[in-house]
Design a protein around this ligand. Structure first.
Ligand SMILES: [Fe+2]
Length: 191
């Protein structure tokens, strides 16, 4: 049975030791292999509460978030500047990875993480995520530092220029991107 407090304690212990990110990935894989057990142990977020508003754990060395992605959620590209282990315990999270290209970004590859799976992202990763399903996607995200306090970057959806990460602007641009995708999809369906 998954125990959230024990999971966080073990993440803290492993993250500070040798091969910390890989050890946390192994722990996440073992934990997320029974996704229903994780879902029972992690309280759902209240309405209007974002993952960044209510971290499960936060310290200078580690952040643990319970991230809910509503159906159709799309984010703009962003970095973390620290390693991240992402485990999905309901639904799926489609990742698009980017590499820096001049002043902007170029798409590098895509990978979808499904319920019961986990990945490790290196500290220089730039990605965007989306929930392609008609139901909520839920994941445990572990970061190797204080994600909420760290300076990092995001890229706007129109010019793909780098900006300092700012929570309200991140969500505003992400909503704008989701709306423009819907408009494009409708236009494509009408032709
Ligand atoms: Fe991210």
């Amino acid at each position: 049975m998954f125990d959230l407090d024990a999971f966080i304690s073990e993440c803290r212990r492993l993250a500070g030791g040798a091969h910390g990110p890989k050890r946390v990935l192994d722990l996440m894989r073992a934990s997320i292999a029974e996704p229903e057990s994780v879902a029972k142990a992690v309280a759902p977020q209240g309405p209007g509460v974002g993952a960044l508003d209510a971290p499960l754990f936060r310290s200078p060395e580690l952040t643990v978030l319970n991230v809910a992605l509503r159906p159709g959620t799309v984010t703009i590209p962003h970095d973390h500047r620290m390693w991240a282990v992402i485990g999905i315990y309901q639904g799926e999270e489609a990742n698009t990875f980017f590499k820096r290209d001049g002043a902007g970004l170029a798409q590098a590859n895509r990978r979808t993480i499904r319920s019961g799976e986990a990945i490790l992202l290196g500290e220089d990763v730039v990605h965007a995520i989306e929930n392609p399903l008609g139901a909520e996607t839920l994941g445990l995200h572990v970061y190797g530092g204080d994600l909420l306090g760290a300076p990092r970057s995001m890229w706007d959806p129109r010019e793909s220029r780098e900006h300092p990460y700012d929570v309200p602007q991140f969500y505003a641009w992400s909503r704008e991107l989701a709306a423009s995708r819907k408009t494009s999809a409708r236009a494509a369906a009408a032709t």
